[in-house]
Design a protein around this ligand. Sequence first.
Ligand SMILES: Nc1ncnc2c1ncn2[C@@H]1O[C@H](COP(=O)(O)OP(=O)(O)OP(=O)(O)O)[C@@H](O)[C@H]1O
Ligand SMILES: [Mg+2]
Length: 113
Amino acid sequence: MKLIIAIIQPHRLEDVKEELYRSNVNLLTVSEVLGHGRQKGVTEVYRGAKETGNLLRKVRLEIAVNDDYLEAAVKAIVKGAKTGETGDGKIFVLDLKECVRIRTEERGNIAIG
Ligand SMILES: Nc1ncnc2c1ncn2[C@@H]1O[C@H](COP(=O)(O)OP(=O)(O)OP(=O)(O)O)[C@@H](O)[C@H]1O
Ligand SMILES: [Mg+2]
């Protein structure tokens, strides 16, 4: 099991969701966050996304997947989020030790999706 954490441009969220659903990835958590990449927020300021100081509005996705779905999920995020401009975002993939569906107490692969 893997946990995908992706930071994307807010205006790409709908496209990313669409691509994920197309890849049969249907469960996700979305948060609004602030951040900056290696340009330290400077080059993106003029696109109107600036929030506080040099921190820019971004969207964070958390998606837990079984290993079989990892590659498709990563590709879907890239496809939906990429514009080719700086600030398009980043995807982090972490090993996931456990998942528990609270309602049924199912664990592991079966609990994820
Ligand atoms: N190494 C990192 N650690 C934590 N958060 C990061 C990291 N890299 C990027 N982020 C987050 O992802 C967002 C988008 O990053 P961004 O796409 O600007 O990365 P970049 O490395 O600067 O690449 P680019 O040169 O394409 O802009 C940042 O605003 C920040 O929230
Ligand atoms: Mg950047």
